[in-house]
Design a binder for this molecule. Structure first.
Ligand SMILES: CC(C)(COP(=O)(O)OP(=O)(O)OC[C@H]1O[C@@H](n2cnc3c(N)ncnc32)[C@H](O)[C@@H]1OP(=O)(O)O)[C@@H](O)C(=O)NCCC(=O)NCCSC(=O)/C=C1/CC=CC=CO1
Length: 250
């Protein structure tokens, strides 16, 4: 486990926190690996009933670390932990709750599409900046986002990458409940407790029933996106945007 992912397990609830607030919880390869390991561990541990994904500090996360994007484009094998995390996320069998405040950019926004419940503070801004970065949508968002918000809204969100605020995300059905800043974890914990008290086999079977019809499409979208994404990472469009952000020109 890297220092940048914190794990707490209490009364059947696993809380995984992105813990790199000085970099807006930008997610590194090591953090993906730690998240993936923690989800695998939770899946095998009968005492863990529910997982909450959250961030330390005012923001959930600014998405993939841009320095890592530059590094991965020279050493594509470093992409493996990212793919391993996306696999763990998409196939996770226990209830997964997303708890978001402040910025949720890129993969931080798309990972919420895989959560079973999402709680956001009113100051949350979801951003899908893939096209601006010269990239393409990832984490099966090209399949999930239009299913949740409809094609036209998804198109607009994915093409222009403009921030979607919490109220809009709620209206579009991306979020279960809104709350005040600093209250989302408390709210998520309340629902996690309720879920952990339900008959666990019935919970697992019900989640499976809800997800089983889309899992093949999600896996296919992951593969299709992944192939194109790897090529886009080394494209001059993307490399220029990464350097632009890191040199503070953005
Ligand atoms: C809008 C921001 C999120 C916040 O802006 P602001 O409040 O002005 O804060 P900053 O000054 O920009 O940031 C504070 C420090 O953190 C560093 N930082 C922030 N985000 C990143 C990042 N993503 N990677 C690396 N470093 C980051 C920033 O440089 C500052 O550092 P210093 O204090 O040392 O100067 C804004 O931060 C922002 O726009 N960030 C970038 C968002 C972004 O483009 N993210 C990538 C999204 S794409 C993605 O996630 C895609 C995938 C693809 C495929 C598979 C899996 C993963 O992800």
């Amino acid at each position: 486990m890297t220092e940048h992912i914190s794990e707490k397990v209490e009364q059947g609830i696993q809380i995984l926190s992105l813990n790199r607030p000085e970099k807006k919880n930008a997610i590194t390869v090591d953090m993906y690996q730690a998240l993936s390991d923690a989800l695998h561990h939770a899946e095998l541990d009968d005492d863990i009933k529910v997982t909450i994904l959250t961030g330390v500090g005012p923001d959930f996360s600014s998405g993939n670390d841009i320095n890592d994007f530059l590094e991965i484009s020279h050493t594509p094998e470093k992409m493996a932990p990212v793919m391993s995390f996306l696999q763990a996320l998409t196939s996770y069998k226990k209830p997964l709750i997303g708890c978001v405040e402040g910025w949720a950019v890129g993969v931080a926004a798309t990972m919420m599409l895989h959560c079973d419940m999402v709680f956001t503070a009113r100051n949350t801004q979801f951003v899908f900046p893939f096209v601006q970065l010269g990239l393409v949508p990832e984490a099966a968002s090209s399949f999930l986002l239009p299913r949740i918000v409809g094609h036209q809204k998804a198109f607009e969100m994915l093409m222009f990458g403009e921030p979607i605020d919490a109220e809009m995300a709620y209206q579009l059905g991306m979020v279960n409940h809104l709350c005040e800043p600093k209250e989302s974890l408390c709210l998520a914990q309340k629902y996690a407790e309720r879920l952990s008290e339900l008959p666990s086999e019935a919970v697992l079977l019900s989640k499976d029933l809800l997800k089983c019809r889309t899992i093949d499409d999600i896996q296919m979208a992951l593969m299709r996106e992944g192939r194109i994404f790897k090529d886009r990472l080394v494209s001059s469009e993307a490399q220029d945007q990464f350097r632009r952000f890191l040199s503070k020109e953005a």
